[in-house]
Design a protein around this ligand. Structure first.
Ligand SMILES: Nc1ncnc2c1ncn2[C@@H]1O[C@H](COP(=O)(O)OP(=O)(O)O)[C@@H](O)[C@H]1O
Ligand SMILES: O=P(O)(O)OC[C@H]1O[C@](O)(COP(=O)(O)O)[C@@H](O)[C@@H]1O
Length: 323
């Protein structure tokens, strides 16, 4: 094995750069040339790449985003596009490829494996909706941003007294997954949680708030994942039940930016280096991850054929904490 490629794909996640640092450092340690394929699978289609050496990654462990850019492309999923990508991999003489990304990226990785490319995946997505790992790179940073937002809103919520209780609804990311909302509810002072995995019960959320107002609380904070609907629609439903105005926050892409946390940096360093180790050992078609605080590998097929298990225990705990 002489030359490997690395790409970041799908939604950028804080810690992707830290992963790149580990891949390049581990690759160099094993005397491998490392090519950074730019903008995810777009770089494979357009043969956009650059050689990554020690000095390219020396300082990036603390940077958000990804220095080789990430990308989403439908063309890679088409037959002609995929053939083009394969031809470029051959042309670049890549002996292996590290794919850093979320669910979609791992599906793309599997397709490459099926076509004879040696690929190791690394889970990088703030959504944390991927099997084979307890945590995906970027999730912890995103949850910290949400938690800080909840804390900030709590400051104003507890300070300004009005004629009616003040209720705040915060929309966080997660089209198909309530992981960010659920875990940030465990970490913050939240009174209600709405996630796409479960049907919304507006009455229950409103009744819980009313009960809390009756015992003396004069504000409420609700966290909702984007997958349940638009923050204004959710707020209108709650306004109808409560009878007064609701304040809305749409946190958006702030959740994907900024310096990665200590946790994400350590995770990224471990998983990036392990991905290279796996290639050096001759392994293929695996995703590296962290399970019970240990680095482990899972077959890409298993990752791609199973949905992340819903954490019912955490959800039940959230209900107790919101009560
Ligand atoms: N079923 C698939 N087969 C092949 N490639 C895929 C598939 N699904 C997604 N991809 C590729 O992976 C890219 C990233 O996927 P996406 O779902 O946007 O992000 P993420 O990897 O973060 O979930 C897509 O733009 C596409 O090029
Ligand atoms: O930046 P975009 O293209 O609007 O995508 C937004 C989506 O990307 C995410 O931030 C991350 O998703 P992936 O990591 O699966 O790509 C989602 O939470 C969000 O729904």
């Amino acid at each position: 094995m002489q030359r490997i490629g690395v790409l970041t794909s799908g939604g950028d996640a804080p810690g992707m750069n830290a992963t790149l640092r580990a891949v390049v450092k581990a690759g160099t340690y094993h005397n491998l040339e490392v090519l950074g394929i730019e903008a995810g699978y777009i770089g494979l289609l357009e043969k956009r790449y650059r050689k990554l050496e020690i000095l390219d990654v020396e300082e990036i462990v603390s940077y958000g985003g990804t220095i080789i850019k990430t990308g989403r492309t439908k063309e890679f999923q088409s037959e002609t596009g995929f053939k083009k990508a394969l031809a470029n991999i051959k042309n670049l003489e890549l002996d292996g490829l590290v794919v850093i990304g979320g669910n979609g990226s791992m599906k793309g990785a599997q397709k490459l494996v099926d076509a004879g490319v040696k690929v190791i995946g690394v889970p990088g997505t703030i959504d944390n909706d991927i099997t084979g790992t307890d945590y995906a790179i970027g999730f912890d940073t995103a949850c910290n941003i949400v938690t800080e937002t909840v804390d900030r809103i709590l400051d104003t919520a507890t300070s300004l007294v009005g004629d009616t209780p003040r209720v705040f609804v915060i929309e966080v990311m997660g089209r198909h997954s309530g992981e960010i909302a659920m875990n940030s509810t465990l970490a913050g002072s939240v009174d209600g949680l709405l996630i796409p995995e479960l049907e919304i019960d507006y009455d229950e959320v409103a009744d819980n708030l009313k009960r809390k107002f009756e015992i003396g609380k004069n504000y409420g904070i609700i966290l909702m994942a984007e997958g349940v609907g638009k923050v204004d629609d959710i707020s209108r439903e709650l306004e109808m039940r409560l009878g007064y105005k609701i304040r809305e926050t749409l946190l958006g892409h702030q959740q994907r930016g900024g310096r990665p946390t200590f946790f994400d940096r350590v995770l990224a360093s471990k998983l990036g280096a392990e991905a290279v180790n796996q290639l050096v050992k001759g392994e293929n078609a695996k995703m590296v991850g962290i399970k019970n605080n240990k680095v482990e590998v899972t077959d890409l097929k298993v990752v791609n054929n199973s949905d992340k298990e819903f954490n019912d225990k955490d959800y039940k705990l959230n209900r107790i904490l919101c009560y």
